[in-house]
Write a protein that binds this ligand. Structure first.
Ligand code: LLP
Length: 414
């Protein structure tokens, strides 16, 4: 059930009319539903009830402190990819003992901070990273818990920019080289082998690539066990898709049934790293039409949000539904919904059949994941504000940036 629905001819977030939010906080504004965030986490977690598991929310999808804090309160762990994400999630009350650290380029400083915090595991992606981690841990007199991200060479059937488990990808270690790396790690003084992980891609809508990758992974886990290397956990990554348009995303119950069957009776704890699935549907980007600019070839609706606020359409040709907050009757036509940024690639939606007038509010749907977290200040545009709706209450969880802040870190030459 969506927490964004029409009531009395107007789109609401839970119990609050979006026009009231626009009036109070201005536009563009990201609007999240607390109930949607909480229910998606609970649904994911409950799908694996009864088997030892930990959900590590991939915070790159939406890293607002209030969002992280909501998940932390529900017992969530976190998947981080930088020292910045580590600091953020600790500031939000995340439990370090439930943090896994992914990413191909961890710096020494990032490793030190994560070791000092006492994270659950480093998801190591290369032999060079393993050597660096061993050295850093030795210096700090720590033993670094490690997992290797293996690359199962499975096609996730998604956009090439977000497919990560193919042989050509920069991610993970080669499947056939993994046993050798595990043996090497087992001999190192300052690391402790804990687990294994995969992440094959994002916005995956079929279950088969997951099954194929999990079966391959289990074969490797058993081979390692026979070699005397027993793993405490298996991390299956994230990637479950959502419906933006007409996709048929993998249902959580089918996914969980498949995983439960494959892992029945096994000793390893399961870790998951969902990002989009927990937050994507829980947010909209609220924007106002500034001008209508009908043309001879195309009709443009110029709105106050742009590619710097929501990059997905420009970067991946991603399709997001656009709904008028108060649908009007009248002259319907196919609009290009574009922002004010000086690039022809600055569009939020193309060819949308709508009746519009200047001043209308639009909600860009399913913008809770990789919306605000990928935003920028391109064209010196202050970033949008973010609010969380909780029933009839609205909480400002990130105020709009002020223009002066955009260049406050810069200096003139003497
Ligand atoms: N784990 C790892 C190691 C990842 O790299 C990612 C996402 C996730 C988990 C979470 O994946 P999810 O469950 O959200 O699919 N900006 C793109 C998506 C990039 C995903 C990068 N890695 C987009 O807007 O579609």
């Amino acid at each position: 059930m969506s927490r964004f629905a029409y009531r009395d001819g107007e789109l609401h977030a839970e119990g609050v009319a979006l026009s009231a939010i626009a009036q109070r906080f201005g536009t563009p504004c990201y609007v999240y539903s607390r109930a949607a965030l909480e229910s998606s986490y609970r649904e994911f977690d409950a799908a694996f009830a009864g088997i030892p598991h930990l959900v590590c929310y991939a915070m790159k999808a939406n890293a607002n402190l209030a969002v992280l804090n909501l998940f932390a309160r529900l017992g969530s762990g976190f998947d981080i990819v930088s020292g910045g994400e580590l600091a953020r999630v600790l500031a939000a009350g995340g439990d370090p003992a439930k943090i896994v650290f992914s990413g191909v380029g961890k710096t020494e400083v990032e490793m030190e901070r994560a070791l000092a915090a006492g994270i659950l595991c480093f998801n190591v992606e290369s032999a060079a990273e393993l050597a660096r981690l061993d050295a850093v841990a030795g210096r700090l007199r720590h033993r670094a818990p490690v997992s290797f991200r293996v690359n199962p060479d499975v096609d996730p059937k998604t956009h090439p920019y977000i497919a990560t488990g193919l042989k050509e990808s920069k991610f993970g270690v080669d499947f056939d080289e993994a046993p050798q790396l595990y043996r090497q790690a087992a001999r190192l003084p300052n690391v402790a082998v804990r687990g294994i992980d995969i992440h094959i891609g994002s916005q995956i809508t079929e279950i088969e690539p997951y099954r194929e990758a999990a079966i391959k992974l289990l074969g490797l886990v058993d081979r390692l066990r026979a070699d005397g290397i027993a793993l405490a956990h298996v991390d299956l990554g994230g990637g479950l898709g959502i419906r933006y348009r007409d996709e048929e995303p993998v249902s959580l119950s089918d996914y969980a049934r498949m995983i439960r069957a494959l892992f029945a009776g096994r000793p390893e704890r399961l870790l998951f790293e969902p990002g989009r699935r927990l937050v994507g549907d829980a947010g909209v980007l609220l924007t106002r039409v500034e001008f209508l600019k009908p043309g001879t070839a195309r009709d443009f609706a110029i709105v106050d949000a742009a590619m710097n606020d929501l990059l997905r359409p420009s970067l991946y040709d991603a399709w997001h539904a656009v709904d008028p907050v108060r649908p009007r009757r009248g002259d319907e036509r196919a609009w290009e919904i574009v922002g004010p940024v000086c690039e022809s690639g600055d569009f939020l939606a193309r060819d949308r059949w709508l009746a519009l007038a200047a001043g209308d509010l639009l909600a860009i749907r399913a913008a809770g994941a990789y919306g605000m977290s990928m935003s920028s200040n391109y064209n010196s545009r202050p970033r949008a504000c973010e609010v969380i709706v909780d029933d009839t209450q609205v909480h400002l969880v990130r105020r709009r940036e002020e223009i002066g802040e955009l260049f406050a870190l810069e200096n003139l030459l003497p």
